[in-house]
Design a protein around this ligand. Structure first.
Ligand code: AMP
Ligand code: MG
Length: 482
């Protein structure tokens, strides 16, 4: 199967022409490979043919008929912008893999488009490598996400706060529609187009039955997003810019601009330089996603021609749905499978201890397993030594584990499968990106490799498990639009 010989399709353009504009990328002077994910290419049956470099750089299109700029709107920090769209991205078309699944192939940083506004349509090497690394780390953590196939250096400089080398990213997605895709059409009073987009989403998901039942689709998306946020919270992921244009209708985590991971457990952690009010702080994510579901509901109400009343009723289910998803994730982190009264209190009490003693989120969970049978010194050290409240809590947890009526081994296994040993720690990410920008990409790929098996102990990868100094985390800032 070859990229250029394949019959590329673009069902979005053919099924919902209102959703995009045909467009072409702008060529770059000196494309060179920076990263190519051969395993992902294999998974989808994509060969690395000689033209691949030109295609990934945006210097050649796999098909002239399928490339498009997607039009979407979005609520950004609570304010509606009716015209966003792909300002620096271009959908090349769809690839159908061996199992008949469709994948959107999209370039990011491929030049100006009709949606670029004041932007240059380009991306920095640093931010594209960041997305490449973190999207694969999320996938390895078991969290649905877009995934990068390649990063290509362009030979161009990009002006941001400083002049930086530029790059183009090729990312793959089960579908790149967002809540903002529906908001764009709803704002233009096109109920039939919103309906078509939802039918397209249902078809991509294989939700054949009830593809026209907007309420049923809405409830599915509510469940899916609740699960997604619960998964983010469980690994300490802070998306950083949960605007409705960044919330996928395919349930994928997407747009890794200002994202970061928790180090010591502070629920109000926020790292994005522009998020001064902490709207998208770690502990705000469930509430903000509920707010985003309200935006989705408003677009669907336009499509259905209804008032908001029935949607509000459906939305009132968000908190119970989310709490259920969250409890499921947190129980697994404690090694538990059954659902018993008191579990929530047990979880909350451990969180309070972690917060009080500023315990590293990842280690605080990973090393808990070592205290299952007897107090582990390494685990206690995370709390600054022997802490009576911790010992009392551990005793309660051990009693609760007995109620599972399974072997200790089973509990430990569950914990190891849900508490990663490694996450992309902010200080490591920045360190390897700085070196990669200077042409030294060894550490970048070492970290990348260490993050592909985050749940297994690996002595070689241990160098990536150490938390940052508290002062680094307190001053750490991430940026959008890089
Ligand atoms: P983001 O913050 O990356 O989700 O982007 C928000 C909006 O700004 C989207 O419409 C992007 O296409 C657009 N955008 C971000 N960076 C650029 C850029 N360098 N040039 C043109 N448009 C951009
Ligand atoms: Mg975006």
């Amino acid at each position: 199967m070859q990229w250029s010989a394949m019959a590329w399709e673009c069902s979005l353009l053919s099924d919902v022409p209102e959703a995009g504009l045909r467009w072409q990328p702008e060529a770059v002077p000196a494309p060179e490979w920076v990263a190519f994910h051969a395993a992902l290419a294999d998974e989808l049956g994509v060969e690395q043919i000689p033209e691949a470099l030109s295609i990934c750089a945006g210097n050649q299109l796999p098909s002239l008929d399928t490339a498009m700029v997607h039009l979407y709107a979005g609520h950004q920090f609570g304010h509606f912008n009716p015209s966003l769209g792909d300002g620096r991205a271009l959908l090349l078309g769809e690839w159908v893999d061996g199992q008949g699944r469709r994948w959107d192939f999209q370039l990011k940083g491929s030049g100006r488009t009709p949606c670029s506004r004041q932007g240059d349509g380009r991306a920095t090497l640093r931010s594209m490598l960041r997305e490449y690394l973190i999207s694969h780390a999320m996938h390895a953590l078991g969290i649905p996400t877009t995934r990068a196939l390649a990063v290509v250096g362009t030979g161009m400089q990009v002006q941001r706060d400083r002049t930086e080398p530029g790059a183009v990213l090729l990312r793959l997605s089960r579908g790149l529609l967002r809540i903002g895709s529906l908001e764009y059409q709803a704002a233009r009073s096109r109920p039939a187009v919103v309906q078509k987009l939802m039918r397209y989403v249902a078809a991509r998901r294989g939700w054949i039955e009830g593809a026209d039942d907007l309420s049923a689709l809405f409830m599915r998306l509510m469940h899916e997003q609740a699960t997604r946020v619960a998964q983010w919270m469980a690994v300490g992921f802070i998306h950083g810019v949960l605007n409705t244009d960044n919330i996928s209708l395919m349930g994928e985590t997407m747009d890794y601009g200002p994202c970061a991971f928790l180090e010591h457990y502070d629920p109000s952690s926020v790292f994005s330089s522009i998020d001064r009010a902490g709207r998208y702080a770690y502990d705000q994510q469930p509430a903000v996603m509920a707010w985003n579901m309200g935006c989705l509901a408003r677009a669907l109400a336009v499509a259905a021609g209804t008032t908001m009343e029935p949607w509000q009723e459906m939305m009132s289910a968000w908190m119970p749905i989310y709490q259920d998803a969250r409890l499921g994730c947190m129980r697994s982190k404690l090694g538990l499978s059954k659902s018993l009264d008191g579990d929530e209190r047990l979880i909350e009490d451990y969180l309070l201890l972690m917060q009080q003693y500023k315990v590293d989120w990842t280690l605080g969970w990973r090393q808990l397993a070592e205290s299952l049978s007897e107090n582990s010194m390494a685990h206690a050290r995370l709390f600054g030594g022997k802490v009576v409240e911790l010992e009392q809590w551990l005793e309660r947890w051990r009693q609760r584990c007995l109620a599972e009526q399974v072997s200790e081994q089973t509990i430990l296994q569950t914990m190891q499968q849900h508490n990663p040993a490694r996450i992309p720690r902010n200080h490591h990410v920045e360190q390897v990106l700085t070196l990669a920008e200077k042409g030294e990409d060894g550490p970048f790929f070492r970290l990348f490799h260490a993050l592909t098996n985050p749940y297994t102990e690996d002595a070689v990868a241990a160098e990536w498990q150490q938390p940052a100094d508290r002062s680094f985390t307190e001053e750490y800032r991430t940026f959008c639009g890089t």
